[in-house]
Design a protein around this ligand. Structure first.
Ligand code: ADP
Ligand code: MG
Length: 372
């Protein structure tokens, strides 16, 4: 009776796949997250092998399996691939796949109801495989940490498999008790490293194929070169490219890709990457003049125009003050203000100089994107 009552709690319904024929306990499990859909490369091959070994029940010492990596590198995907594989091959397995947040919510709600029997029943006796996503979330939550510690002990002593994911390795999770940290790290701890260019490329091709979409090779190559490691962001870029191509009824091209990648590389990161020196270099390279000439006393047009453009770009892309920019070009700060106005006017008129500024901008952005 008690089980039924708590099962109708809104948090359970929200997460539960109640129509799942295999088990009522498959929560929050994404059916897309399978081993078949996971692209393997140097950064994740160890984690992939460990996940497969756990799915096959190969080694009792891989318990708990603890996967950690920064955001979007496939932690949840791999952990859920284990659960999906287990669910597929052994219908009797009771699998509980849950976010750390839901574990905490359920614990709190059972305490509020002054009845923890359902909680214990669910997490101890009704569970052959427990997957808790993002356990770093338990930092500072001492009471939940204590309950998790007991749950781990209970399940491990009965040979039940536990899987955790986290942004950090167990020893580096802040504000977490030593007892719990040592339990989290007592099985197999594996990191997923940022993905290399080849793997990013394979992922982009696989995701594009899954959407039955056509993407030119140079676009795939450009996006893969952007060094964006977060696969969720790569998927977002692909989705936006497909959507734009459909809405505008035009094929996906490099310009479109550059814009989408630039959106991901945030303004703050751009500012961090572009320095006065890199702007000077880019501008002098474009006008085929010496870098030092930009800070010289020369008033010749072939020097003063590049200098004005460089000062404008420094204002736009760096967080330097007018005084700092003036100093870098041996000018007064009123001269920086004047230069900015002049270049803005060229951009507004879209004349030859305006187009040149845009071209340099494009080159600078390309550099940011490719070196990010
Ligand atoms: P994390 O939990 O590490 O933040 P996820 O596992 O949620 O990341 O992955 C984010 C997205 O990227 C998901 O859609 C997932 O399918 C996809 N993904 C991540 N790594 C890979 C990979 N190696 N191959 C295919 N898809 C991946
Ligand atoms: Mg995740």
């Amino acid at each position: 009776m008690k089980i039924r009552k708590i099962s109708s709690d809104s948090t359970f319904k929200k997460q539960g796949q109640t129509n799942n024929p295999i088990s009522q306990l498959l929560f929050n499990l994404n059916p897309r997250f399978t081993f078949e859909n996971f692209v393997v490369g140097p950064g994740n091959k160890l984690a992939y092998a460990a996940a497969q070994a756990v799915a096959k029940g190969k080694n009792p010492y891989y318990n708990p399996l603890f996967l950690y990596a920064s955001v979007g590198l496939g932690k949840s995907h791999l952990a859920m691939a284990i659960c999906n594989a287990k669910a597929k091959f052994s219908q009797n397995h009771k699998i509980l796949s849950i976010s750390a947040e839901i574990f905490l919510e359920e614990l709190m709600s059972s305490i509020k109801k002054k009845d923890t029997s359902f909680f214990k029943e669910r997490y101890r006796n009704n569970c052959d495989i427990l997957f808790i996503d993002d356990v770093h979330f338990f930092a500072k939550k001492e009471f939940t940490q204590l309950e998790l510690r007991r749950t781990i002990d209970y399940l491990i002593s009965r040979g039940k498999q536990i899987i955790f994911t986290s942004l950090y390795p167990p020893e580096h999770i802040k504000d977490m008790g030593e007892d719990l940290k040592s339990r989290l790290g007592s099985g197999l701890v594996v990191q997923i490293d940022p993905l290399d260019y080849e793997t990013r490329k394979k992922i982009l091709i696989a995701k594009a194929r899954a959407k039955n979409g056509l993407i030119p090779e140079d676009v795939i190559d450009f996006v893969a070169k952007s060094e964006i490691s977060n696969v969720r962001c790569l998927e977002g870029i692909l989705n936006n490219l497909f959507a734009r191509a459909e809405l505008m009824n035009s094929p996906i091209d490099l310009t479109m890709a550059r814009e989408e990648v630039c959106k991901v590389v945030t303004q703050r990161e751009r500012k961090g990457y572009i320095t006065i020196d890199s702007i000077k270099e880019c501008v002098s390279d474009f006008f085929k003049i010496k870098v030092e000439a930009l800070a010289s006393k020369s008033r010749k047009k072939e020097i003063s125009l590049p200098r004005q453009i460089a000062m404008y770009l420094c204002r736009k892309y760096t967080e330097k003050s007018l005084e700092e920019i003036a100093e870098a070009f041996n000018k007064r700060h009123s001269s920086v203000i004047h230069s900015i106005q002049v270049i803005k006017e060229h951009l507004r008129r879209k004349d030859k100089i305006g187009r040149q500024v845009n071209f340099i901008l494009f080159k600078l952005e390309g550099k940011i994107v490719n070196n990010h």
